[in-house]
Ligand binder design. Sequence first.
Ligand code: 5AD
Ligand code: SF4
Length: 439
Amino acid sequence: MKFYIHTFGCQMNASDSEHIAGMLLASGMTASPIPEESDLIIVNTCAVREKSEEKLYSLLGRLESLKKDKGTIVGIVGCVAQLHRSKLWDKKPSLDFIIGPDNYGKIPKILPNLPSEKVLFTDWSSDWTDQPIQQIERDSKVCAYITIMEGCNNFCAYCVVPFTRGREKYRPIPSIKDEAEDLASRGYKEIQLLGQNVNSYTDPETGKNFAALLKEINNIGNIEWIRFITSHPKNFTDEIAFVMKESNKVCHQLHLPIQSGSSSVLQRMNRGYTREDYLEKIDLLREMMPDIHLSTDIIVGFPDETQAEFQETLGLLADVRYSNIFSFRYSPRPLTAAAKKEDNVALVEKKNRLIQVQSLQKKIQLEKNKSFIGQTQKILCTGISRKDPHVYAGRNAGYQVVNFTSPNDVRNRFVWVKIHSCGPYSLFGEVKEFSSRNN
Ligand code: 5AD
Ligand code: SF4
């Protein structure tokens, strides 16, 4: 039997799909990149914005004909599965299974009974459950995700995640270290510690915090770059900043979502910090690590967001000058506190605010990127550029995309690249020196 997995959403979903693929391979199935040739199609879903759900329903519509013609088994996993549970069958009666994020370990066991039996698994488990690390089918040979926690206790007013991923659960440090050591022994160079709220990590066995975990991971030989996502400004401490500065492997790069530059909006969003608190942390980070690359998430058009409040977001972007941002129009999500309020910023106004955010940021990024021209940077080459097969693609320590030319195939290696030009979203250069895969 062949399977195909389609993944929507964040790194957490990408990582979960790698775990699911590993389990299916271990149960004797083979992976296929082509849905039409597969006997089983799994769609890993994202519920964070309405748009991602809409994309899912149109994909499921397209898959229905495959099911009719070939009897393909189609099931969904992930956040939409957990959010809507059996109600999804009212919308898509042909779905064979609906499985939430806490139940992926059961997937191989249900396979023999499909499609004669419809399956729904959306119960929560309160403790961390380890999956065998040798079963993960990773997309990359050099960069790997390691999940350190699941769920979120914050209940930001706009966010559906606490309802789709449940309360916070932490993975014990020895289990995290085992996975990191296994990756190091197989030649992996970069690891990304994953969780919805990594800064609140607490080892269930010793009570050690995230800063302590980072220090321990920094000691694992052969791993050269360590990153983590997602941080929360409320839980990001001076101690974590200090460990980032002192640890030679933790990249000087941080994604610190602010969501809005206005303290009154932040309060309505239930974020637990003010604009001033946030800016203080940014100042400290830059003082400790002048070369740090910062990125953030912005939501425009949250209920009752005034022109003046929105201007504060633009002002903050101009002050902080992030290396990268992800910006979204507010979209009401089921079960959230904000969904009870009127979604009263008109769609045209939301679109207009988003354009203003994105065009200001584009200008800032272009200016910042120009300052890197002439530098020679260490790049981890992850593949070939999507636009040009003769151009290699990778990222620098700051997590910026760098496209470059090279006389040799340097995929999955560190290289030194001289930057000769740039756009707002990437840097361009040529390789100066490359090192052996296991240096
Ligand atoms: N509407 C718009 N954007 C949202 N995000 C989360 N929930 C919503 C929503 N209801 C954004 C936040 C978060 C990112 C992952 O998605 O900016 O940080
Ligand atoms: Fe959602 Fe807030 Fe938790 Fe992030 S911290 S997952 S935005 S509730």
